[in-house]
Design a protein around this ligand. Structure first.
Ligand code: SF4
Length: 482
């Protein structure tokens, strides 16, 4: 969006108004692929019956089904994979901007200019912003062992994406003004046998430390107060750059930016939660006491077949260590049910673990059998009906755990970020505490503004929790903007 905006395109979120339609897609599990295809077909109608002239498909679906998309959906004019972001201008038929607006970080930009690869982008019309690509010996080893192969995907390009954006890449925020995501690394070297994300996204590679910090500074200068760091595995950050405890060092640097109220990271890998990382979270007031730790399962037998290792006992020790180092921390995790060979006793281990672990937030995914993944060739596939009933059972279990835990929130006074009127009713506002990550966790509904006439979206207020539901909370404002 930033590249298009800089080149002079006017962006709209109403497809009926657009001349050029861009569908950004996902393809890591069946439901994501279906949603992507449905959206492409919906947008194609605007081309055949409306004013749109061009339809561009971007993102992960392109990495997987590049030729198939064009063959099966003739309305599609161009495809842009995740490794060729800058080709979006060529695809849209828009000339790139010839001059860039001056960066407020001239020194860092200058340093970066020296290290740029300078290689031509796929569009062939302008310089790529891609820095020198790094990799880890773990990734190189896995590449030799075939981890990233796309042979099973007819029509997919064999070239893995190597693209990384940087702080000079133009960017438009699609999130509310107070919050922004920063992607600190791309790709993944882990061998998880259910997952095709490494095949889609390529080998793990970190953005330069200075580039991430510069982007965080720029965002805060633009009014952003909450930054969420993301990557397929944020806890590996910096390993390819030779940094030890790279994520902790990065958090430490970003937390010192004046004006940043909340900083968090998502998608931690369980065996990479170091003492230094926990100590960093505990030390900074503006690092949210929040940890997202996707565990995928708790039965050692299933985790072994998933090529992740560990099990309930080890995970419980990790959680104990986390809670001792950062008292009051909110924990989020996600699990996959119905992995090939998951027996009823494996599932029971998972249920008992969830009961004991008491997560604040929990997501459950049904196993999706993906061509190109290691698990695709495994026997003992679990029937779809069993998978769905196990998912429902876990969600019911978590609902009762969450209901009990949320009761303890009543009476607490917390900083709440007001996000705007509730989508359900204008009588309520929605907000979040530091224990709620954007978009994925429950909500705080504000039904009493205290002495204030109105709230302002993107502002922080002190609020008291007055009611608790299964996942959501209700609060009243006790003091104006913090
Ligand atoms: S760590 Fe996450 S992205 Fe990487 S292979 Fe495992 S599940 Fe996939």
């Amino acid at each position: 969006m930033g590249l298009l905006d800089r080149a002079g395109a006017r962006l709209t979120s109403h497809p009926e108004e657009a001349e050029i339609l861009v569908v950004n897609t996902c393809s890591f599990i069946d439901t994501a692929k279906q949603e992507s295809v449905d959206t492409i077909l919906e947008m194609a109608c605007h081309k055949t019956e409306g004013r749109a002239r061009k339809l561009i498909v971007a993102g992960c679906l392109v990495e997987r089904y590049r030729d198939e998309i064009r063959k099966n959906i003739p309305e599609v004019d161009a495809v842009v994979g995740t490794g060729e972001l800058e080709a979006i201008l060529d695809a849209a038929g828009i000339a790139p901007a010839t001059t860039s607006p001056p960066s407020p970080f001239n020194i860092i930009t200058a340093v970066h200019a020296d290290t740029r690869s300078g290689k031509e982008s796929l569009a062939g019309t302008h310089k790529s912003a891609e820095p020198t690509v790094t990799s880890r010996s773990e990734g190189d080893h896995r590449e030799r062992a075939g981890r990233f192969r796309r042979d099973d995907w007819a029509g997919a390009s064999h070239l893995l994406p190597t693209y990384l954006y940087d702080e000079t890449t133009p960017r438009l925020l699609s999130t509310p003004r107070a919050s922004a995501y920063i992607k600190i690394a791309e790709g993944c070297d882990h061998p998880c046998s259910f997952c095709v994300i490494p095949n889609l996204r390529g080998k793990f590679r970190s953005r330069r430390f200075e580039s991430v910090v510069a982007e965080a500074q720029q965002l805060v200068a633009r009014g952003v107060q909450e930054i969420t760091l993301i990557g397929q595995d944020t806890t590996c950050y910096g390993e390819d750059l030779g940094l030890r405890d790279g994520l902790a060092t990065l958090l430490d640097a970003i937390a010192q930016i004046d004006g940043l109220r909340w900083l968090r990271f998502l998608y931690a890998y369980p065996n990479r939660i170091t003492g230094r990382l926990l100590e960093t979270i505990a030390r900074h007031d503006n690092i949210c006491k929040y940890l997202d730790l996707p565990l995928q399962h708790a039965s050692p037998a299933v985790l072994k077949r998933m090529k992740r290792g560990a099990g309930a006992d080890i995970f419980l020790k990790t959680l104990e260590k986390v809670r001792a180092a950062v008292p009051g921390i909110a924990l989020r995790t996600s699990f996959i049910v119905g992995f090939p060979g998951e027996s009823s006793s494996d599932f029971q281990v998972l249920e008992e673990f969830i009961t004991e672990a008491r997560f604040d937030w929990l997501g459950v995914f049904n196993y999706s059998d993906e061509e190109g993944s290691g698990a695709f060739s495994l026997d003992a596939k679990v029937p779809k009906r069993t998978i769905e009933s196990r998912r429902k059972r876990l969600m019911r279990l978590q609902q009762s755990i969450s209901r009990r835990a949320k009761k303890n929130w009543v009476g607490r006074e917390l900083a709440v970020l007001a996000e705007g009127e509730s989508a359900e009713t204008p009588l309520l506002w929605e907000g979040r505490t530091e224990f709620h990550a954007p978009e994925i966790d429950g909500k705080v509904y504000i039904n009493d503004f205290g002495s204030l006439e109105n709230l302002e979206a993107g502002q922080f207020y002190r609020a008291q929790i007055t009611e608790a539901h299964d996942y959501d909370l209700v609060a009243r404002i006790v003091s104006s903007k913090l």
